[in-house]
Design a protein around this ligand. Structure first.
Ligand SMILES: [Ca+2]
Length: 277
């Protein structure tokens, strides 16, 4: 009798548990739709015209900024952001990358996004600067190569470095050094972010346009933060290699330096820097 009685009461309980589990699974699925490589996430900020776009990179398990953060997007945070021209060339354009922002500024910008747009950010994720290891991963797109665009020299014309376009009067008067022969991207300074260097994962300007702050310290003494990717004023072949590491003090600002953000699982530390060579 005991056995029968137990069975009679247990069945509805088990059925209820299964139903609850199924409902929970369906709801969880609705909250976190399946992501596929290349899916775009848009953070509307407080002005949809300045939405930040990020690309889901399945192999890395995080979103990577489709572009360098723009002056327009940065101005939603700092209304007075107006980077001074480089000689006579403007670098404050709405779709040009945010420049003359320090590592500290970029880190604060990510924190501002996390604080103010939590309702738009997928649960368990947060904005931050990429580690150098992550930067390298999304620069090479799963295939070892010498430069962010591939193995051949010179860079394709739609990757923004200092080519033959940069030979105006003021350059000749003030700039030392050379340029990339046979390369003309059409931009003397930073290009609009969507007009420079699209890679195989649909990310723009990962090489060139502006140097990008990374999260890591450059040195064990923690004096410098790491920069990757070179910028519009670079023509030196070693600087353009995918494994080249630049550096600057965290408070430094420069017309050739900007940043890109990742939207990554917030509970995990960034992938360690490691040896990028
Ligand atoms: Ca760049």
């Amino acid at each position: 009798m005991f056995k029968l009685s137990f069975a009679r009461h247990a069945r509805p309980a088990v059925a209820g548990l299964i139903l609850t589990w199924l409902l929970a699974s369906v709801l969880a699925g609705a909250q976190q739709p399946r992501r596929e490589h290349g899916d775009i996430f848009r953070l509307q900020l407080d002005d949809p015209a300045e939405a930040l776009e990020l690309v889901w990179i399945e192999a890395m398990g995080l979103w990577v900024g489709r572009h360098e953060v723009t002056n327009g997007q940065y101005r939603r945070y700092n209304l007075t952001h107006m980077p001074a021209p480089y000689y006579e060339n403007n670098v404050h354009g709405r779709r040009q990358p945010a420049v003359r922002v320090s590592w500290i500024d970029a880190d604060n910008y990510a924190a501002w996004l996390n604080r103010n747009f939590a309702d738009q950010i997928p649960a368990g994720f947060a904005f931050r600067l990429p580690s150098e290891r992550e930067w390298t991963d999304f620069a090479i797109c799963g295939r070892a190569k010498r430069y962010p665009w591939g193995d051949r020299w010179p860079p394709p014309d739609d990757w923004n470095y200092r080519g033959e376009e940069g030979l105006g009067l003021l350059y000749r008067l003030f700039e030392k050094g050379g340029n990339i022969r046979g390369h003309d991207d059409g931009f003397i300074v930073a290009a609009p972010v969507e007009e420079s260097g699209r890679n195989a994962w649909g990310l723009y300007g990962v090489g060139g346009n502006v140097w990008e702050w990374c999260r890591d310290w450059f040195d064990d003494e923690q004096r410098y933060r790491s920069l990757r990717g070179a910028g519009w004023n670079n023509y030196e072949e070693p600087f353009l290699r995918v494994n080249h590491r630049g550096r600057a003090r965290p408070e430094q600002k420069n017309a050739m330096v900007g940043f890109r953000l990742v939207l990554a699982p917030s509970g995990q530390p960034a992938a360690a820097a490691g040896n990028v060579d």
